[in-house]
Structures are given as C-alpha cells and as structure tokens.
Design a binder for this molecule. Structure first.
Ligand code: SF4
Length: 237
C-alpha cells in the first residue's frame, strides 16, 4: 500500500482542546471538499505531496519525531481520504506509546470506524452550511455521518471533542439547530470539549456573533470555549 503525504513537521498545536502542545503533524494529501476558509488549499489535490510506501512513510515519521512530542496529529487535506494508510501509520505511532490524534471532517462513518481503533484523541468537526464544504443537497447526509462518528468515538471511549468553525456568514438559527441535534445524542459528560473556532483573515465573525454562538452552547455545555487558531499568532505552521 502507498500513501501520499503533503508534509510532516513539528509545531505547537494551535487549535482545539490541546492547544499549546508540542505536536508532530502528518499532513495527508487530498481533500475533495470546498470550505471557503480552507487554509491548506495546497494539500487539497489528490495528487499533491509525495507518494511513499507505508514502510518509507513510517521511517519518515520516525526521523521527524522529536523528543517530548505530546501527540502525533493526522491532518490534511482530510486524512479519511486515505483511511487505510492512516490506520497503518497511526498503529505504528501507538506502538511507540505516543498518543495519536485525528483531525478530520468526519464525512464517512465507515472510513472513520476503520481508523478509530488506532486513534486516541478525536476532533469531531461539524461543518456549518455556510462553510461551503458541500452543496446544500448533500449537507444533511454529511451531518448524519458526522453525528455517527461522534457517537462511535464516544462509545469507543476515545478522548472526544467537538469543533465548529464559524465566520461572519454563520447563521445563528442554523447553529442553534445543529447544537440542539448534537445534544440530542450526547450529554456534556460524554465529551471532552466544545470549541467554537472563528475563521482567520477571511469573513471573520464579530465578537457579538461569537458571544451569541457561545450562548447557544453554554446551556448544554458550560465548558464551551471560543478558541482562535493560536499558532497563527506566532507565525507557526
Ligand atoms: S475539509 Fe478541511 S482540508 Fe478540506 S476543504 Fe475543508 S478545511 Fe480544507
């Protein structure tokens, strides 16, 4: 089996509940989706990056792994595009007793479940309609898959948190409905965080909008946090 990697690098995690941790990022090539705020557009083509055998990719990961690395983050693109390869790479990391982290848009429950046994920490990202991830015709199906991924991660006792990227285009009513649907299937005790992440440099939401969005989650989950992409503040990748 082969895998296409776009890049591998160590940086400070700038997103989510584990911001600030020293992390090895393994960026998989390929994502067929179209979020308007995507900040990794170079890695979207399925033929971007470099192709490796799994053995060569594992060796590359090993040679990039620095001491005191808190976790290895499989990101993209969308790592579920190459789910079989990601499962093998993640198992290689788990065998070293280093936590593995999946950063995906959770668009396919079968691919997600294939990777899940080899992942310790899961970010479940819900896309809003205004993200342009998919067209409106396919949006409900996407959310159905993301909900199933959320349930599956919790059932497997993984460290699981929810992230939603919001922009000035985010509709309060739509967000409210999405949050209501999420907390129909999970309780606050089931999750390890709920992050509202404002877009950076493009259609940025106002503070008022962020506070309104926060207020919609708080009644369900008092530990909700608004966390921007902190790595961008220090010019880190
Ligand atoms: S899912 Fe992620 S990688 Fe794909 S277009 Fe959206 S932001 Fe970019």
């Amino acid at each position: 089996m082969k895998v296409r990697l776009f890049e591998i690098f160590t940086s400070v995690e700038g997103e989510g509940i584990l911001y600030g941790t020293k992390t090895l990022f393994v960026r998989l090539a390929g994502c067929p989706f179209t979020c308007f705020y995507c900040d990794t557009k170079e890695s979207l083509p399925l033929d971007s990056g470099t192709e490796y055998t799994i053995e060569d990719a594992n060796n590359l990961i090993d040679s990039n792994l620095r001491s005191n690395t808190y976790k290895v983050n499989f990101t993209g693109g969308d790592p579920l595009i190459q789910h079989k390869a990601v499962a093998l790479l993640a198992k290689h990391i788990q065998d070293k007793k280093i936590p593995t982290y999946l950063e995906s848009s959770c668009f396919d429950i079968d691919r997600f479940n294939h990777v899940l046994p080899f992942i310790d920490i899961v970010k479940i990202e819900f896309k809003t309609k205004d993200s342009d991830f998919v067209d409106s015709k396919h949006y409900d199906k996407l959310i159905g898959h993301t909900m199933k991924c959320l349930e599956s991660s919790i059932k497997a006792n993984k460290t699981t948190y929810i992230k939603i990227v919001v922009s000035s285009k985010t509709d309060l009513n739509e967000f409210k409905g999405l949050v209501k649907e999420i907390f129909k299937i999970v309780s606050g005790n089931d999750i390890d965080g709920f992050i509202i992440q404002p877009t950076h440099s493009i259609s940025e939401p106002s503070l008022d909008l962020l506070l309104n969005l926060y207020d919609l989650v708080f009644p369900y989950y008092i530990n909700v946090k608004v966390v921007p992409q902190l790595h961008k503040l220090i010019g880190a990748p």
